[in-house]
Design a protein around this ligand. Sequence first.
Ligand SMILES: Nc1nc2c(ncn2[C@@H]2O[C@H](COP(=O)(O)OP(=O)(O)OP(=O)(O)O)[C@@H](O)[C@H]2O)c(=O)[nH]1
Ligand SMILES: [Mg+2]
Length: 247
Amino acid sequence: MTQRVIVFLPAHNEEASIAEVIYRIPRHFDDKVVVEILVIDDGSTDQTVSVAKAAGADHIVSFPVNQGLGAAVRAGLAHCCLLDATVGVMIDADNEYPAEEIPNIVRPILRGEADYVMGSRFLGTITGMKLHRRLGNYCFTLLQSILLGRWIYDGQSGMRAFSREAMEHAEIIHDYNYAQVLTLNLVRKGFRMKEVPITYKVRTAGQSFIKFGKYMTSVLPGIWKEMRRPVPYTAWGERSIEEKNAR
Ligand SMILES: Nc1nc2c(ncn2[C@@H]2O[C@H](COP(=O)(O)OP(=O)(O)OP(=O)(O)O)[C@@H](O)[C@H]2O)c(=O)[nH]1
Ligand SMILES: [Mg+2]
């Protein structure tokens, strides 16, 4: 049976790099897999959409105004389900992540070994990441490791793959970002997470959206709120996460 892999790119004003990301996405890495590309244009005011279409994007969803990266990833996951994806992949549109390595994060899901695969920069290789970014990544990753009681290497990766069931049940609690709250949400629901090494190269075009103050005042309360929510669904059935951990 043919499996559908939908690769989605959240994009806000990425005309300089989105085409290169689309060209780098492998379309035929397995005879039984069809790959399609979906762009979630978050109110871009540049030529992101026309550049993406010309580069071969199959589907475009455009927000009339900018809503934030969390909202864009939420829409990406929902549209992957609408497009009947077996596996959904998200990758940043800024060409920092290795799109040609997408099969490595998809295969564990196709093989039924994982529901949620993160491309890990810290297990792989990193070129050009500034020291303060590295430290920020370590701190936020450590926080997630403590909250989940399991070791995570890269909690802020912009390259991830999701099983259909994980996409259907993923909840992103705030519009600003998804990175930490999505992992907390899926792992607490019992989805099996796996990290796979990737090669990462810091962007040379466009602008990072991260501003220290906004990041702290949005992401930390988001993590707090997510952790205080009950888990209404568990991938292993009706039992609560406490019961599962106690077994
Ligand atoms: N939906 C949405 N996407 C955004 C926004 N800002 C950036 N993005 C996209 O989110 C992805 C990641 O954005 P970056 O600014 O590179 O953020 P980052 O990779 O976490 O941070 P850097 O380490 O600075 O690159 C890119 O594909 C952007 O186009 C936004 O306001 N809304
Ligand atoms: Mg980036």
